[in-house]
Design a protein around this ligand. Structure first.
Ligand SMILES: [Zn+2]
Length: 332
């Protein structure tokens, strides 16, 4: 290698590193508040599993107390309270109810206020660290894939004990992280190119990233609640991946984040069009939900729905794949 080429290469690396650091800085500020990812995992899960007929064989499961202190040793947020939604141990429930009711459980302070990594501030704290998988240049921030795997393995241990309640409850938790990693803004905070183009000051870019992130989630939840045909169909029509390739929950998370990252580049301008200029402000801004209705054909909203249905379909596809893996591994 000539000295010139060597110099060029190292300059390129320095520049790339600067980008990464800058984005990471944005990321840290962007996710200063806890990251929930998709709005309401439960409501989406209910739609996703509506075609899972095999679950009907598990329509009578007795709630059991948590007895996994010996194997479930990962740190839990100091303010996390273990809830029994369907009733105290002894109550009868179903696999579908457990999956739906506990799909959001990892967002219930389970992962908050913990000290997990010196880099967790880059993802907005311990919850962000556990629920995301940022890819910035060659760097990765967050442990969502490991969390999905952790709970999947615990589901297997519960099944070995013949404890169906905790099999499905641990599976619901694993599912949460698999679903989280399909939300494109959980793979990367903003289109990297924007930092160079400059859409205003640094604080404007930062505020814009926050607004894009949270308005997407708010909108998606609101449209599922309004039974948007495009979004509901995306959840319903998705098919599982081939489990000879998608071999583990960890793989599902890594692949979901990988495929979601480029979508940020197309979602961002569509959000500018649909939500309007207020989105790109340094201040927190939320769209007005009053009067929000199913998109008219040919509208900016319809175009946004079409693009949003891609990662939403992946959320469903990866969830169905996870269930397939659970059946295969645990003999469900
Ligand atoms: Zn989450």
């Amino acid at each position: 290698m000539t000295q010139q080429a060597h110099k060029g290469g190292s300059m390129k690396r320095t520049r790339k590193l600067a980008v990464v650091v800058l984005i990471a800085l944005v990321a840290g500020l962007v996710l200063a508040s806890p990251a929930d990812a998709w709005n309401s995992h439960g409501a989406c899960t209910k739609i996703i599993i509506s075609d899972q007929d095999w679950l009907k064989a598990y329509d009578s499961i007795t709630v059991t107390p948590w007895t996994y202190a010996d194997v479930d040793t990962a740190a839990v947020g100091p303010n996390f309270v273990l809830q029994y939604i369907e009733g105290v141990p002894g109550t009868v429930t179903s696999a579908a109810a457990i999956l739906t009711n506990y799909a959001d459980e990892p967002d219930w302070k389970m992962d908050q206020d913990l000290s997990l990594s010196p880099f967790q501030t880059l993802t907005g704290g311990s919850q962000g660290w556990r629920h995301q998988y940022y890819g910035l240049g060659w760097l990765r921030f967050g442990v969502a894939p490991a969390r999905a795997q952790y709970f999947f393995d615990l589901a297997g241990k519960a099944k070995e004990k013949g404890d169906l309640y905790w099999t499905f409850r641990y599976l619901a938790r694993a599912m949460h992280y698999v679903q989280d990693t399909t939300q494109p803004y959980h793979g990367v905070p903003a289109p990297a190119g924007l930092i160079f183009k400059g859409i205003g000051s640094f604080s404007t870019l930062m505020g814009s990233a926050v607004n894009h992130h949270y308005n997407l989630e708010e909108y998606q939840g609101a449209m599922i609640a309004r039974s948007s045909p495009v979004l509901v169909n995306a959840l319903k029509a998705a098919v599982p991946l081939d489990v000879t390739t998608a071999t583990s929950p960890s793989w599902l998370c890594r692949n979901g984040a990988y495929l979601g990252r480029p979508l940020v580049r197309t979602l961002w301008p569509l959000e500018n069009k649909f939500f309007g200029d207020s989105l790109n402000s340094k201040d927190s801004w939320f769209f007005d939900e009053t009067g929000l209705h199913v998109a008219d054909p040919g509208s900016d909203q319809a175009a946004y729905d079409q693009e949003l249905s891609v990662p939403l379909g992946r959320m469903s596809s990866n969830t169905k794949t996870l269930l397939l893996l659970a059946r295969q591994h645990f003999g469900l």
